[in-house]
Write a protein that binds this ligand. Structure first.
Ligand SMILES: Nc1nc2c(ncn2[C@@H]2O[C@H](COP(=O)(O)OP(=O)(O)OP(=O)(O)O)[C@@H](O)[C@H]2O)c(=O)[nH]1
Ligand SMILES: [Mg+2]
Length: 616
């Protein structure tokens, strides 16, 4: 459980955290000197009946909102701090807007410095705060007046935090691991140490983690939560990790540690984007903005089809990033920009890896998981989706993904490690059957079509095409013939009268030519383009045999020639080609291809100095 502070500069966030935890989170000399918080601070907080929660103390200064964001991301509850003497101030509003954009579900309001104001004044501040929070997730948040000077309200605040914390549903354990890094340092003897809040999944000692973006790996040497060594960290833990195998220079705030596959950095996200009602201008794709997700911050542009986003609007769009970012469906992000720089809006990632083509954004994050799965599948078409990628792609735990796939067994086709849209596969079967039919129409003498030719003509992964062929065969649309050939079930090559005559002519010509037949090219030149398919037909029928790619022999003439060769060769003796030419009386042009044919068929065997009868 992580509690994050929020609120305007100097309103007493750090003093309150110290009063509650005993830890001074302003540890930098510069923070001490200037009396303000500059970087994130962390402290363990005991909550009655809950246990130890992690507190992230953030800076309130307007120049450090990006640091506040890195701290507020991944918190469960907000501790909104408003000084009773000053009331609602600019960063009070900005931080409240950010908590809303990040989807923080609740929290507690501390009206600090209550020792400095009268009761009537405090009542007015309460009304202001209620106005500010109306309509937000914190509208019902308890408000507690506190003072670190008198100690007033501190026990009540702790109780209020515990009450609200009890209502937060715990994060699921069986999820993929991710931890955005918020600090990196080295400790002598320990090496590189990173800290962060475990967003999801768990990590343990000796685990190998991937450091994204960049995808380097490191080994977890040790883990600490709130200063205590542990073996395994659950989601929602404030964690310090000692890493081996990676230099601390290779890591900065904004890096993300992940473990399982499925995490890929992306440059374009599909998202539901919101422009805050307080924005002074529409958000156009020309506006360069800063995009904050987790502890990462990069430049970006927001493209919303149908024109720029107006203040107060939420619409599906695409976020085009200047640098790769690791995101998951369901992730919240914040967009800042303008001049002076302020918080403009934010949104929810719908698909961290939308297809490259400029697909129309079709689904919203609030659509059901099942709906998003089937749309993603349809969009993926013949490429399908990797099952291991789904938890990140769709923002669900692996068990939820498995249950969803089970529910959709009827329309999700699983082949190996990928899934495909069954409807797409069925369309592929039809296109395949149609393509084969077309081939038959155009090549009426061919026995069938090479599968390879079909695969090249249809879009999709090989395993899907093979499945489509199997399905077509099972469905009785296609039959496979030998040599990777398929044909429409029942298809027979048909010959016209002229072609029947030509077939007889060719068979006769090859029979007459005997041991020295004309080439295919010569036959085609004499008899026209039907020669090749008819010769192949004769070959399938066993009338002729191919000795070279463009030369066919009459089958009887060829076996007579083989017999002559066998009869002339003495077992075990090597013959040079010229000796063999003399025994069987073939010219060199025919002899060499014939001998190579005999080698291939295992009749003869080629040695360095000549040929022998095979096996002698
Ligand atoms: N009288 C009085 N002074 C307080 C109280 N709480 C904080 N202060 C004073 O207010 C000043 C600012 O307190 P911090 O806790 O540093 O304020 P902060 O909100 O953490 O400020 P940033 O982190 O810079 O945004 C300090 O001088 C505190 O001593 C309080 O309850 N009563
Ligand atoms: Mg502070």
């Amino acid at each position: 459980m992580i509690v994050g502070t929020a609120g305007h500069i100097d309103h007493g966030k750090t003093a309150l955290v110290r009063a509650l935890t005993g830890v001074d989170t302003d540890r930098l000399p510069e923070e001490k000197r200037r009396g303000i918080t500059i970087d994130l601070g962390f402290a363990p907080l005991d909550l009655p009946n809950i246990g130890v929660a992690g507190v992230v103390d953030v800076p309130g200064h307007e120049a450090f909102v990006r640091t506040m964001l890195a701290g507020a991301t991944g918190i469960d509850l907000a501790l909104l701090v408003i000084a009773a003497d000053e009331g609602v101030m600019p960063q009070t509003r900005e931080h409240v807007a950010i908590l809303g954009l990040l989807g923080i579900r609740g929290g507690v309001v501390a009206l600090t410095k209550s020792d400095l104001v009268e009761g009537d004044w405090l009542d007015l501040v309460r009304l202001d705060v209620a106005d500010l929070l109306a309509g937000t997730a914190m509208a019902e948040a308890p408000m507690v007046a506190t003072s670190v000077v008198t100690g007033a309200g501190l026990p009540e605040l702790r109780d209020a935090l515990a009450t609200v914390a009890a209502e937060v549903s715990p994060r699921q354990d069986d999820d993929v691991f991710r931890m955005p890094v918020d600090r990196v340092f080295t400790i002598r003897g320990t090496g590189t140490v990173v800290t962060g809040t475990v967003w999801s999944g768990s990590v343990g000692r000796e685990d190998v983690v991937r450091v994204m973006p960049g995808d380097r790996t490191a080994r977890v040497r040790g883990l600490q939560a709130h200063g205590t060594a542990i073996d395994r960290a659950k989601p929602g833990t404030r964690l310090a990790l000692a890493l081996a195998g990676i230099d601390h220079d290779a890591l900065t705030r904004g890096a993300v540690l992940v473990s399982e596959g499925g995490w890929h950095a992306s440059r374009v996200l599909r998202a539901d984007v919101t422009l805050l009602g307080s924005a002074t201008a529409a958000l156009s794709p020309r506006a360069a903005v800063r995009f904050h997700l987790g502890t990462t911050e990069v430049g970006a542009r927001v493209v919303t089809p149908g024109g720029p986003l107006s203040p107060g609007e939420t619409r599906p769009g695409r976020v085009v990033l200047d640098a790769p970012v690791v995101a998951r469906a369901g992730d919240r992000f914040v967009i800042r920009g303008g001049s002076p720089v302020g918080t403009l809006g934010g949104g929810v990632v719908v698909d961290p890896h939308p297809p490259h083509r400029r697909a129309r954004p079709w689904t919203a994050q609030h659509d059901s998981f099942d709906a998003r799965l089937s749309l993603a599948l349809r969009e993926a078409g013949g490429e399908g989706l990797g099952i291991a990628d789904l938890p990140v792609r769709l923002g669900a735990t692996p068990p939820d993904v498995a249950a969803c796939l089970e529910r959709h067994r009827g329309d999700v086709l699983r082949i190996g490690s990928r899934i495909f849209d069954r409807g797409y596969r069925d369309e592929l079967v039809s296109s395949l059957a149609e393509a084969v039919a077309q081939h038959h129409r155009r090549n009426s003498l061919d026995a069938g079509v090479l599968l390879q030719t079909m695969r090249a003509r249809l879009a999709g992964r090989p395993e899907l095409l093979d499945d489509a062929v199997r399905t077509a065969v099972i469905g009785g649309h296609l039959e496979t013939i030998e040599n990777g050939l398929v044909r429409r079930t029942g298809w027979k090559p048909t010959l016209s009268n002229d072609q029947t005559d030509l077939k007889a002519t060719l068979a006769g010509a090859l029979r007459t030519a005997g041991a020295e037949p004309p080439s295919l090219g010569e036959l085609s030149a004499a008899h026209g383009p039907s020669v090749a398919p008819i010769i192949r037909m004769l070959e399938r029928e066993g009338t002729v045999v191919s000795v070279e790619s463009d030369r066919y022999y009459d089958a009887g003439a060829l076996s007579a020639l083989v017999d002559r060769l066998r009869g002339a060769m003495v077992a075990g003796r090597e013959y040079t080609p010229s000796e063999l030419r003399d025994v069987i009386g073939l010219s060199r042009k025919y002899l060499i291809p014939f001998l190579e044919y005999c080698d291939r068929r295992g009749i003869t065997e080629r040695r360095s100095t000549g040929r022998v009868l095979h096996g002698t």
